[in-house]
Design a protein around this ligand. Structure first.
Ligand code: SF4
Ligand code: SF4
Length: 562
């Protein structure tokens, strides 16, 4: 396999770097396959969607254009190296087809174009449908059968004016997609349905997985299809990747970075950011039709194409600081997480630099305006090795550097992109450390050397689980939806402190004061009624406990003998 190919039957009016083969005739390359191509007419592993757009529209000097075109191939090669979006196929989809209709004429018209041998057909009126489960190749449709529900099995479904709350693969609406396309699609599917493993998931930092309460399921809430659902009984997320449409909703909203795009993971985006140093990045969601986009790119503007809106506040800040420039983000169907992240960073940048961080463009006109305004920001450049760091940890490092010890007050966040500060009423805290066990992102931790409970607010994902598991009343609370722009936000704060407790008999320190006080509070009233020595033993080390009890018995015997 060769690496880079540029194919254009009209040729190019400037040379490309020698690492890129240029072809004007498909015949010349018909037996070859390439790693990165600008065109899907050529066999390739990865299509660089932004290559043609940059070549056609950039106002860079010739030398810069040659340099940047090579960069775009290298960017895509790096994406390919990191990608984990393995193609998958469901082979041999059975030919059963259910048609769901409100109006019988829709059914009649559609089936006129089907030959009898094509499919095993069922028809069902829409008002009888109670539930649909499964996915393409294996649907179970529960219908109202009068006295009892009936389960019908089918491989594909045609549904006129389909009204499912969450979309499912293998259900097609001819009124939306067009009859011809639907007919072609359902026939092609019979020989195999192709999809990608689109997301990766790290359950160890997920705020839903195995938690007792529903403290997070943001990804489930924003997923427009059935690709992510909850199994509330077992407290597990359930993934049906065949239903994933690669919109990026779950990736951009996940507070801990547990969900990642398999095609372009956070790690790969961090790696790619180095290509954008001293450039003005234009981030293009690949849902936009780039071949029809004809907006000029000023000098130094370098595009980056992503599959879906997967940018969150950490990735944005990485690109802002590594490029040293404002960003332009182009998407005509932006996800909630990406939008909230843009709003948050704009507030922070306006406070710090008096300028927006990111210009959001949702159409051609807005894109032109945004590109005209985009500029480098003095003092915003910062880079460091953020490999193997978690999402909020990276944001914390970068934000701290951005503030440069200034106190810029507080920015309000929202429940969709929440920041928070944990507060503890020390008088009621017993230092049981249940909250530390509950925190899976290390925002809360215990320092064993000085018996302190500590928090680093900048690492907290505002999940609230520590508040739920704290067994004491009026003890741990959370101040939600505020991000403090001052140095205390990034430093470890002591929430509660304990001391060593000395045995009341021998003076040896053997436990912490709060632990002894907690046990004594529960047991002392009972022990006091039994004997004074038993009550005193609550404050003794393990050596002195039996001694105290024996001494009491001996003194009783002495009294009896005398
Ligand atoms: S959004 Fe992230 S942390 Fe929350 S449930 Fe989904 S994967 Fe877990
Ligand atoms: S400190 Fe509490 S609210 Fe914050 S991430 Fe940890 S468990 Fe969740």
């Amino acid at each position: 396999m060769q690496d880079y190919i540029y194919y254009n039957k009209l040729g190019l009016d400037f040379p490309l770097n020698e690492k890129i083969q240029v072809a004007t005739n498909l015949e010349d390359i018909k037996d070859k396959s390439f790693l990165i191509s600008n065109s899907n007419d050529v066999k390739n592993e990865l299509l660089g969607l932004e290559i043609d757009y940059y070549i056609k529209n950039s106002k860079d000097s010739l030398a810069k254009k040659i340099e940047n075109t090579l960069k775009l191939y290298e960017i895509n090669a790096t994406k390919f190296d990191f990608a984990q979006d393995v193609p998958q196929t469901i082979d041999n989809i059975p030919n059963s087809l259910m048609i769901i209709y409100k109006n019988i004429d829709d059914f009649k018209n559609f089936t006129q174009n089907l030959s009898k041998d094509d499919f095993d057909l069922y028809k069902v009126e829409e008002n009888l449908i109670k539930k649909i489960e499964g996915s393409i190749g294996n649907f179970e449709v529960i219908v109202d059968g009068g006295n009892r529900d009936i389960t019908l099995k089918t491989s594909q479904i045609i549904w006129f004016d389909e009204n499912l709350e969450k979309k499912m693969s293998g259900i097609y609406d001819p009124n939306l997609l067009g009859e011809k396309i639907v007919l072609q699609t359902i026939k092609e599917n019979l020989s195999g349905y192709n999809f990608f493993k689109t997301i990766t998931y790290d359950k160890t930092i997920c705020q839903y997985n195995e938690r007792k309460d529903d403290i997070c399921a943001k990804c489930v809430d924003v997923c427009p299809t059935n690709a992510i659902t909850k199994d509330d009984k077992n407290r597990k997320l359930v993934f049906s990747l065949v239903d994933c449409i690669r919109c990026g909703n779950c990736v951009s909203i996940c507070p801990s970075g547990s969900i990642n795009s398999a095609a372009t993971s956070r790690e790969s985006l961090y790696e790619l950011s180095s290509f954008y140093k001293n450039t003005k990045p234009l981030i293009l969601s690949s849902k936009s039709n780039l071949s029809e986009l004809d907006v000029d790119l000023d000098e130094n503007v370098l595009p980056l194409c992503t599959i879906g809106d997967i940018f969150d506040e950490t990735i944005f800040l990485t690109y802002l600081q590594v490029s040293g420039s404002q960003l332009v983000y182009f998407s005509d169907n932006i996800t909630k997480g990406t939008l909230e992240s843009i709003n948050l960073l704009n507030e922070i940048y306006l406070k710090k630099f008096g300028k927006k961080a990111v210009f959001l463009a949702t159409n051609k006109e807005e894109l032109k305006e945004a590109l005209a305004l985009q500029e480098f920001i003095d003092g915003s450049y910062y880079d460091f090795n953020q490999r193997d760091m978690r999402k909020r940890e990276i944001f914390s490092y970068r934000l701290e550097k951005l503030l440069d010890k200034e106190d810029l007050g507080v920015v309000k966040t929202t429940r969709d992109l929440s920041y928070a500060r944990v507060l503890v009423n020390e008088a009621n805290c017993t230092l049981c450390l249940s909250c530390v066990g509950a925190c899976n992102v290390d925002a809360l931790f215990a320092n064993e050397e000085d018996f302190t409970l500590r928090v680093n607010p900048s690492l907290c994902t505002a999940c609230g689980y520590c508040e739920i598991v704290c067994p004491e009343s009026d003890c741990l609370t959370i101040k939600y939806d505020e991000l403090e722009l001052n140095s205390s936000w990034f430093s470890e704060t002591i929430l509660a402190k304990d001391n060593l407790f000395a045995c009341v008999e021998c003076g040896v320190e053997f436990a912490t004061t709060k632990a002894i006080e907690k046990i004594a509070k529960l047991m002392e009233p009972i022990f006091k009624t039994q004997s004074p020595a038993k009550a005193r033993s609550l404050y003794c080390c393990s050596n002195c406990k039996p001694k105290v009890m024996i001494m009491e018995e001996l003194s009783k015997n002495e009294k009896y003998t005398n």
